[in-house]
Design a protein around this ligand. Structure first.
Ligand code: FNR
Length: 181
């Protein structure tokens, strides 16, 4: 089965985006194996650290390079995407000539309690993923206004329409990985 490295931009324990990503992982079962990548222990990007690279950085690069695709799940902070994702992206592009993201199939999702579901943050992230050379899936887009009642206690999506919409996203990403990976 194809593997997907999942980067969740929120680091807090009660993150809605992490819950949302875990729900997507459930919908992907049998089609894609989601592997959640730790990005909270990466130091802020500092070129000097390459002299003796932190284990967390080497682990990140390995997690990306060994995955068939990458899913970014970001909250929206002040109309942009999460700084933890930004930091991970920069580490992954270096050292020069060893860009871990290059050519990897990618998709973006995100949620917010707000009505437009992290749309602006996701839009900003799209631009950067193209710059770092990822093969970004443009459609379908998932701008998800988070509501607790859409999920059960185990994180399964209980609303039929919502489940069908999210299943479509996951299936499209699986097809995208097969096509461009
Ligand atoms: C937010 N939030 C927010 N929401 C939104 O829809 N648009 C925005 O621009 C912002 N800006 C923003 C800035 C900062 C610094 C914080 C902490 C929060 C609210 C945000 O969507 C909400 O806290 C989510 O629950 C954050 O995602 P997690 O941590 O639940 O995954």
């Amino acid at each position: 089965m194809k593997t997907v490295a999942v980067l969740v931009g929120s680091l807090r324990a009660g993150s809605l985006n992490r819950k949302f990503a875990e729900s997507l992982a459930k919908l992907a079962e049998g089609k894609l194996a989601f592997k959640f990548v730790e990005i909270g222990d990466l130091p802020l990007y500092n070129e000097d650290l390459w002299e003796n690279p932190p284990t967390s950085v080497l682990r990140l690069k390995n997690d990306i390079e060994t995955a068939d695709g990458v899913l970014f799940v970001t909250p929206e902070y002040n109309r942009t995407y999460a700084p933890a994702i930004d930091n991970a992206i920069h580490w992954g592009t270096r050292p020069w000539g060893k860009n871990s993201w290059a050519g990897k199939p990618a998709a973006i999702a995100g949620t917010s309690p707000g009505a437009i579901g992290a749309a602006v943050g996701q839009s900003q992230l799209k631009q950067v993923l193209v710059v770092v050379g990822m093969a970004l899936m443009g459609q379908p887009e998932v701008y998800f206004a988070y509501k607790d009642e859409l999920f059960d206690d185990e994180g399964h999506v209980v609303n039929e329409q919502t489940a069908a919409f999210l299943q479509g996203f996951v299936d499209s990403f699986a097809a995208w990985i097969d096509r461009v990976g």
